[in-house]
Ligand binder design. Structure first.
Ligand code: ARG
Length: 487
């Protein structure tokens, strides 16, 4: 078949043939741009280029954006009051068709925007066709994604808050519970369990800040940029921004329709949230292993084995650790999607949605589950204590003790290293050595050394902001609760 341009070139001067071409170019139902084309796309290409199967989740935001746009068009005298009423009536009907599951999505109509516009026109006629005045799908989709993401960020921030709240409650119960702190997964120094949990409260607090900060850049209105250069109509962008709750408009039309840095930024913040969740998961898994036995996780978060009747597996933390990989992957997808694109809009950007949606879904589900999981943790203080009593966890306290008695730290370190070595050979703990045996390593050691070597003495001595002392844990919980309420 001849393509349209060849036909046009051959018959350019023939009014009759030109008319024929024009007839052929009349848009087919649902193909808004089809007048430009002389043959339909193949089924495969249609399926390949369509996004409605996944972008229909933007529908409600698309309607919201369209209503604000229509209201502005009417206020500016670009469409009539009757058109606006018709559009509002049609959109109300479409909204209820969508929420009740009656709306018929068609792949022939490519995406969410054209599906809704086509239905609107079917319901209200010409007013539906006037809605697209002064805008393009390029600024429309960028607006929809921003509205969607803003709502998602608000949900996620709330869930982070809930998770922090649950961790704070658990930390408060265990401000005095002692377990070994690890470096290199080797017993290092005793810490309080409350203090350990507060480390995650800090991480999730920074995650909340990142989400709040990202929201500021999400919350700008692209609409008005039209396809890429702006529009010839006397639009009022500030009015639309206000109606949709945006803080400001995007200040450059080319940038507005093309860049997706706000979504990338969100995915980066999400990857960090998942990284923190993954670290916590790893600890929960280790702590729950019968070889460690520091905690138990409520049955509702675990599953059994189909072959080994004795098993109770920490499936939820394991899955969360695994899902971190896919969220990290989505971040890389979006970065890669963006890096080769010249200004302005390119169809590549349609590929921003699935990674973004899956990031939101994964993060939302994970946080919701973890806020509940944190309330379903049973702590076993005796097991924690028994582990802290192994591995010479208070060796540093002995070195610090010698420093306070006047020994330079490096000499103290060496003296304690010798004492630990002797204990290891003997198979006993530092506290099992008699005063006489201890004094072989330093004559500065006196009877008061034993209180320094207890777990309680060790944690209580680290009594400064950020330290593990129970008093500091309680103060930190109070501060974090105040922050959580104001964030
Ligand atoms: N479905 C498209 C997307 O997600 C909407 C914008 C299409 N614009 C265009 N000029 N083809 O990006």
């Amino acid at each position: 078949m001849m393509n349209r341009w060849r036909v046009a070139a051959v018959f350019y001067n023939s009014a009759i043939h030109w008319n024929l071409i024009m007839t052929a170019q009349t848009p087919k139902k649902g193909e808004t741009w089809s007048g430009r084309f002389s043959e339909p796309v193949s089924q495969l290409v249609k399926r390949y280029t369509a996004s409605v199967t996944f972008d229909n989740r933007l529908a409600i935001f698309d309607i919201e954006g369209s209503l604000a746009h229509a209201e502005m068009l009417q206020t500016q005298g670009i469409i009539s009051a009757q058109d606006l009423t018709d559009i509002q009536r049609g959109m109300a009907q479409i909204r209820s068709e969508i929420t009740s599951g009656q709306f018929e999505w068609s792949i022939d109509l490519e995406d969410v925007h054209m599906n809704i516009e086509s239905r609107l026109t079917a319901i209200v006629g010409d007013a539906g066709k006037r809605l697209h005045t002064g805008r393009s799908r390029n600024d429309q989709v960028a607006t929809d994604v921003r509205l969607y993401l803003r709502a998602a960020i608000d949900d996620i921030t709330g869930l982070l808050k809930a998770l922090r709240g649950a961790l704070l409650d658990l930390a408060e119960k265990h401000a005095d519970t002692i377990l070994p702190g690890f470096t290199h997964l080797q017993v290092a120094q005793p810490v309080t369990f409350g203090h350990h949990l507060l480390a995650y409260v800090e991480m999730f607090g920074r995650d909340m800040e990142r989400m709040t900060d990202c929201r500021k850049r999400v919350n700008r209105l692209p609409l008005g940029a039209a396809a890429l250069a702006g529009t010839t109509f006397p639009i009022d962008r500030q009015r639309v921004a206000k109606a949709l709750g945006f803080d400001d408009v995007c200040h450059n039309s080319l940038d507005a329709v093309s860049d997706r840095d706000f979504a990338i930024e969100f995915c980066a913040a999400s990857a960090l949230v998942m990284t923190h969740i993954s670290r916590l998961s790893e600890e929960l898994i280790i702590w729950m292993s019968p070889r460690v036995g520091f905690i138990d996780i409520a049955d509702r978060f675990c599953t059994g084995s189909s072959i080994m009747p004795q098993k109770k597996n920490p499936d939820v933390p394991e899955l969360a650790r695994g899902k971190t990989g896919r969220v990290n992957g989505h971040l890389v997808s979006l970065l890669t999607l963006m890096k080769g694109q010249p200004l302005a809009y390119n169809k590549d950007n349609q590929e921003d949605k699935e990674p973004l949606f899956d990031t939101v879904d994964t993060l939302t589900d994970t946080l919701r589950i973890f806020a509940d999981l944190a309330t379903g943790i049973t702590v076993k203080p005796e097991a924690m204590r028994a582990a802290a009593l192994q591995g010479y966890a208070t060796a540093t306290d002995l070195a610090d003790y010698l420093v306070r008695k006047g020994l330079p730290f490096r000499n103290a370190h060496e003296a304690v290293a010798q004492a630990v070595r002797a204990c290891a050979e003997k198979g006993c703990d530092l506290t099992d050595l008699s005063l006489e045996e201890m004094r072989r390593f330093s004559t500065l050691i006196e009877q008061d050394v034993y209180s320094v070597l207890t777990l309680e003495g060790s944690v209580a001595a680290r009594n400064h902001v950020g330290g593990t002392a129970p008093a500091q844990v309680r103060a930190a919980i109070t501060r974090a609760r105040q922050q959580n309420d104001t964030k």
